[in-house]
Design a protein around this ligand. Structure first.
Ligand code: COA
Length: 165
């Protein structure tokens, strides 16, 4: 790949690039469900900025370009909700998604005391589901998202992360 991809915590300056990247990356998801109002496509820049300030947000960088992102936040029950994992279409299939997920998981445990991780993904999102299963997530339920998209809920114990890290 030439230059190497570096994973680090996002800063306020990254918010606009994350906003544009998620708009690009989730087009394929929108097409899959015939729904272009899914959250990553309609989330305002200000809301992305707030998440960067308050949540655990990581980016993958290739030089100055943000080519991947993920976020997570700890909920009331001690579970970390992880979401909006995305990698630029031209760089998918090189392990960047898995690296971002690992970075978010370990920060959520070390900085925020997460005891388990929870993810929501579309039921037809094969590439996401394969990745999550491979790194130890298990299906715990299904639900219909606010946007009408059928979702799978997946969880993994933080202990499972410590054992495999
Ligand atoms: C889901 C998504 C984040 C995955 O990102 P990614 O960087 O391609 O993920 P990885 O590279 O870690 O894994 C993808 C595949 O590449 C393979 N792979 C990983 N490293 C590899 C390497 N060095 N060489 C070859 N293949 C590799 C993985 O085995 C995996 O194969 P699989 O699809 O058969 O399971 C990305 O496809 C995306 O942005 N999709 C759109 C948004 C989305 O759906 N997000 C998830 C829902 S919340």
């Amino acid at each position: 790949m030439g230059m190497s991809v570096v994973i680090s915590e996002a800063t306020d300056q990254d918010a606009e690039q994350i906003f544009k990247l998620q708009y690009l990356c989730f087009q394929s998801e929108a097409a899959l469900y015939g729904n272009y109002r899914i959250d990553p496509l309609v989330q305002p820049l200000d809301a992305v900025r707030r998440e960067v300030a308050d949540d655990c947000v990581f980016v993958a960088r290739l030089g100055d370009e943000v080519v991947g992102s993920v976020r997570g936040t700890v909920t009331e029950d001690g579970a970390a909700a992880i979401g909006k994992l995305c990698v630029h279409p031209r760089l998918q299939g090189h392990g960047i998604g898995a690296r971002l997920l690992r970075a978010a998981e370990s920060a959520l445990v070390e900085q925020r005391g997460a005891r388990k991780f929870r993810l929501h993904t579309g039921r037809r999102s094969e590439s996401g589901l394969r990745l999550y299963r491979r790194v130890g997530y298990e299906k715990v339920g299904i639900e219909e998202g606010a946007d009408g998209v059928p979702m799978v809920i997946l969880e993994k114990q933080a202990g499972a992360y410590a054992q495999t890290a």
